[in-house]
Design a binder for this molecule. Structure first.
Ligand code: UD1
Ligand code: CA
Length: 452
């Protein structure tokens, strides 16, 4: 099959008014990735290298977004929304380049299983001209029904054009179709618009192909392949299904999720075996975790690279550019941004480390802040191997703490500290014997005088 050339035509010209959004519907994300990009991924996973994206509403924004998630895709504008067959024909120039297989998908149907596409392509390779990916549902209302005669698919009837008898059919069109490249244009051009909606239905090519004696096949896949997103409730439903699949995959890959339904992954999360994730953890985009990490409850992690056996949280925030080497620890109420925490270093409590390096085995005391920003520019803090930073210290960048440097608690460090030096950056303590008692008495008598 891999030798067969394949073009995927993804329809995304719809307005999506029910999203009530300034952003085109298909750009709304699932797991942090625009829903249409999930469709692109499925097409690519099924070996379809070439993509044609049919856009209409919000064309400029769509083109800009597509340049990121599908840089090789050709975009075609469907000026008037005259139906799904008309939309596919907007990509005529791509189709006429000549492909063995043409796949048609909807940009608002993001949970497509690449296997369903591969099965459809296989049917084309076996000689079918049109393959419809169907699904069964007890509640078929709104979907096109697959009309079979003698076990053969002869037509797809849209709900509005169905007879009462046909409405009872529970085998539905999921919206995925595969068409033999050599037949596609001829079939699409034969589609008319004499139906209840006055639209050019892609689904009509089934009947047209049958009448021409071409082979038409229906396959069956799960309902999720057909789950179209029209509003934000359906967006959340798709997100839920996506997350459920991803959690299951993570667990099968050797990750412990103690309460799986409270852990949220991104489309690109990489997480290694023997990682334990406690409840209520969020992974934003760009997270890579090696093996054996412990992610404690309520941690928020994005754009971070985490080496093996790290310990994170509870209530840790790792932001983009956080790079934790083996056995590093980032504990409760700590934030790390654009910083390397070297092997075995500990940042355990109430700390902000930004634009910095914390050397191997260093210990950062509670309440340490790297003062990395002066309101205009960012500056770097370099903390050497084995350094000790006492609690409640401010490290005013740019500044370097040498290897084995020792910072007294409560210091404001503005000058670099050499290797193995001890630095105090605070006023010296003065202790006045008996003065506490004297002060208390003075305050008490002043208060009593006021009351009189
Ligand atoms: C379509 C199918 C129906 C199937 C259902 C599955 C047709 C005629 N019907 O119905 O059999 O059961 O999907 O969800 O194909 N689009 C354009 N330009 C157009 C028209 C549509 O780009 O002119 C895009 C839409 O943005 C959408 C997709 O095509 O992403 C499907 O169109 P929609 O109007 O939602 O079709 P359905 O009525 O849901
Ligand atoms: Ca639809």
């Amino acid at each position: 099959m891999s030798q067969r050339s394949c073009l995927s035509v993804i329809l995304a010209a719809g307005e999506g008014t029910r999203m009530k959004s300034a952003m085109p519907k298909v750009l709304h994300p699932i797991a942090g990735l625009p829903m249409v990009a999930h469709v692109v991924k499925a097409a690519e996973a099924a070996g379809s290298g070439d993509l044609a994206l049919v856009i209409g509403h919000g064309a400029e924004e769509m083109r800009k977004a597509a340049a990121k998630f599908a840089p090789k895709a050709a975009t075609f504008v469907q000026e008037k929304r005259l139906g799904t067959a008309h939309a596919v024909l907007a990509a005529r120039d791509a189709i006429s380049r000549g492909y063995d297989d043409i796949l048609v998908m909807f940009g608002d149907t993001p949970l497509i299983d690449p296997d369903a596409l591969s099965v459809a392509r296989r049917k084309l390779a076996e000689g079918a001209a049109v393959v419809v990916v169907g699904f069964r549902t007890p509640n078929p209302s709104g979907y096109g029904r697959l009309i079979e005669r003698g076990g053969k698919l002869v037509a797809i009837r849209e709900e509005k054009d169905c007879s009462e008898e046909e409405k009872k059919i529970t085998f539905c069109n999921g919206g995925l179709m595969a068409v033999a490249g050599g037949q596609a244009l001829k079939l699409l051009e034969a589609v008319g618009n004499k139906n209840a909606k006055g639209e050019y239905y892609l689904t009509d090519i089934v009947e047209i192909a049958g009448m021409q004696g071409l082979v038409v096949v229906a396959t069956q896949a799960s309902f999720e392949n057909a789950l179209g997103i029209n509003n934000r409730a359906e967006l959340a439903e798709a997100e839920g299904i996506w997350q459920t699949r991803r959690r299951r995959q993570a667990m099968l890959d050797g990750v412990t999720l103690i309460v799986p339904e409270t852990v949220f992954f991104s489309h690109d999360t990489e997480i290694g075996a023997d990682t334990v994730v406690e409840p209520n953890v969020w992974f934003g985009p760009g997270v890579k975790i090696a093996t054996g990490a412990k992610i404690h409850a309520f941690s928020h992690i994005e754009g971070a690279t985490i080496a093996s056996n790290c310990d994170i949280g509870p209530f840790a925030r790792l932001r983009p550019g956080a790079d934790l080497k083996q056995k590093a620890k980032v504990g409760n109420f700590c934030e790390v941004k654009q910083a390397t925490i070297e092997e075995g270093a500990k940042v355990n409590h109430l700390t902000y480390i930004g634009d910095a390096r914390v050397g191997a085995g260093a210990n950062i005391g509670a309440g340490t802040i790297t003062c990395n920003y002066d309101g205009y520019s960012k500056f770097f803090t370099d903390i050497g191997e084995g350094a000790f930073v006492g609690s409640n210290s401010s490290l005013v960048a740019p500044v370097t703490i040498g290897k084995g440097g020792y910072i007294a608690s409560g210091s404001v460090i503005t000058e670099s500290v050499p290797n193995d030096a001890l630095a105090f950056g605070r006023a010296r303590q003065r202790t006045l014997p008996g003065k506490g008692k004297e002060l208390r008495e003075r305050f008490a008598s002043a208060a009593a005088a006021k009351k009189k």
